[in-house]
Design a protein around this ligand. Structure first.
Ligand SMILES: O=P(O)(O)OC[C@H]1O[C@H](O[C@H]2O[C@H](CO)[C@@H](O)[C@H](O)[C@H]2O)[C@H](O)[C@@H](O)[C@@H]1O
Ligand SMILES: O=c1ccn([C@@H]2O[C@H](COP(=O)(O)OP(=O)(O)O)[C@@H](O)[C@H]2O)c(=O)[nH]1
Length: 482
């Protein structure tokens, strides 16, 4: 990894959302940490690698003086805002990225294509390309992230060429890449694939997503894909590979040692004495299978009346994409189901479900992970799911059990150390929960040690360093095989 030190001053990371989202409160600008796994994974990289982070600050700022203030405050965090007017940002983020592209990438049907948000998506990718091309110097490594910016590699390559600059461009997709037939539902798919193929290196979370992408390129563009991990496209060699994204486990270990977190753990343990705790932490999103989770838990309570008042599910549903109607509808549905479950199973001693629709501070999150006997993750599809990693990082003492949907990307690596199940099958989920709660200590330890080894080996720092190293090799020797 020696060359990382040489490249770190020259690395630009681009994602739609910056790690800090800016809000205007009583006329002043305040920033708070953005939620979600992309920020977690890239923030974990900051310990070992320096970079400039470009992205949308999450707010419209029109006045040039205000823009300067926001720029200044974000600069302290090595972040550079790309300002967008609110209707354009809305159409790009909510209209196309989250209402059309996101569901298709996650195998959801019934998506209706619409030209207006698509044009906004193109425009935002162009604005990002303008800002980044004017800042990058020859030799800068540019690492673009995620489905909001699939056109960016091509737009950037054109601009850099016009300006006589040579930069290596990497692209990482954080979501699944669906099998060809599903991808065909999107009429503009060819533009998106061609946009990505202007990268020198493309990273996916799992072999399955990588292969789906390669197969789609072969059938859609008739490009040569017979050599493993590479695609010949427009006389260039594009490298395609799997890079395992992770977390910074040390951050959790350190946080668990803090006296106030230890105090919180003691008080939660006291509160739940004699009760088994199941935890769930998910953005409020269809892909996380939250309705399935609540219904599966309801089935579990029905199946095991003997466990009344002896098990609680603490579900954190982090608010997400609240301007999108489908997300608003899901929230309403979850509130109703949660109310029904407690209506049916509550006793004067308490309720079996604690449904929290809000973000939780990091210290509280680690304390919750630490006291939980089981972590239940029910994704119907999920790029990776870093919550699975975080739970493991907080279970050194308890050896709690991970009950993990077979459809989370993380299941490709963690199945041996967890209890897998199909999220659409309530009976299977109920049995998986029961088995997890009753696993004997030796089996729990064996599973935990397997997962701990995986989480400690595949950290976010390693993920980033491996990708950057590979990208800088592409920069030095673009003709080399992948
Ligand atoms: O920025 P938001 O719209 O609030 O969404 C948050 C992030 O959600 C998605 O995360 C994905 O990336 C994770 C890390 O690789 C992965 O573990 C998870 O399975 C994915 O869902 C999205 O892809 C990010 O762009 C968002 O920032
Ligand atoms: O209130 C919260 C609770 C959790 N998380 C974090 O959100 C990330 C979720 O990442 P994951 O990969 O599981 O899914 P995503 O939300 O990116 O789809 C994890 O790092 C969590 O710690 C958060 O930002 N705010």
């Amino acid at each position: 990894m020696g060359s990382i030190t040489d490249t770190k001053r020259n690395l630009i990371i681009v994602s739609n959302r910056l790690p800090l989202s800016v809000k205007r409160v009583d006329g002043a600008f305040e920033s708070s940490l953005s939620s979600g796994g992309l920020v977690t994974s890239l923030s974990g990289l900051t310990k070992s690698t320096e970079f400039q982070w470009f992205g949308w600050p999450g707010i419209e700022v029109k006045d040039p003086k205000d823009q300067e203030d926001v720029e200044k405050s974000l600069k302290e965090h090595s972040a550079t805002p790309i300002f967008l007017d609110s209707s354009l940002a809305h159409e790009h983020y909510n209209g196309f990225s989250n209402r059309i592209l996101w569901p298709i990438l996650h195998y959801q049907s019934g998506v209706v294509f619409d030209e207006t948000p698509w044009q906004a998506y193109r425009r935002v990718n162009e604005l990002f390309a303008d800002a980044i091309a004017s800042t990058a110097k020859s030799g800068t490594l540019i690492w673009v992230h995620d489905y909001h910016l699939m056109l960016l590699p091509e737009l950037l390559r054109d601009r850099l060429k016009q300006q006589g600059k040579s930069c290596a461009i990497g692209f990482s997709l954080h979501t699944p890449f669906p099998a060809g037939d599903f991808w065909r539902n999107l009429p503009v798919r060819k533009h998106l694939i061609e946009g990505m193929l202007s990268s020198d290196l493309i990273g996916f979370h799992t072999d399955e997503y990588k292969q789906n992408f390669i197969d789609t390129c072969a059938s859609l563009l008739n490009v040569r894909t017979e050599i493993p991990n590479q695609i010949q496209y427009k006389n260039r060699l594009v490298c395609i590979n799997k890079f395992i994204v992770g977390i910074d486990p040390q951050k959790f270990t350190d946080t668990l040692q803090k006296p106030d977190v230890q105090q919180r753990i003691r008080s939660l343990k006291e509160h739940y004495k004699g009760v088994k705790v199941i935890v769930g932490v998910d953005r409020l999103d269809h892909i996380k299978g939250l309705t399935q989770k609540l219904k599966g838990f309801d089935a579990f309570l029905d199946d095991h009346p003997e466990l009344q008042n002896k098990v609680v599910l603490i579900q954190v549903a982090v608010p997400s994409r609240e301007d999108v109607k489908e997300y608003q509808d899901l929230e309403t549905e979850l509130c109703t189901i949660a109310g029904k479950i407690n209506g049916k199973h509550a006793t004067p001693e308490g309720t079996p479900l604690l449904y929290m629709h809000r973000s939780v501070p990091f210290n509280e999150l680690t304390a919750l992970y630490s006291v939980a006997d089981v972590c239940l993750l029910t994704s119907t599809r999920d790029g990776m799911n870093l919550v699975a990693f975080e739970y493991v990082a907080c279970q050194q003492d308890r050896h709690g059990v991970l009950v993990l949907s077979e459809f989370a990307g993380a299941a490709s690596f963690m199945t041996d150390g967890s209890i897998p199940f199909h999220p659409a099958n309530k009976t299977e989920m109920s049995e998986a929960i029961f088995n997890a709660l009753n696993l004997d200590p030796a089996e729990r330890k064996a599973k935990y040690e397997y997962l701990q080894g995986f989480v400690n080996t595949n950290t976010s720092a390693k993920w980033g360093e491996t990708f950057i190293e590979k990208l800088s090799q592409r920069c030095r020797r673009p003709g080399d095989s992948c």
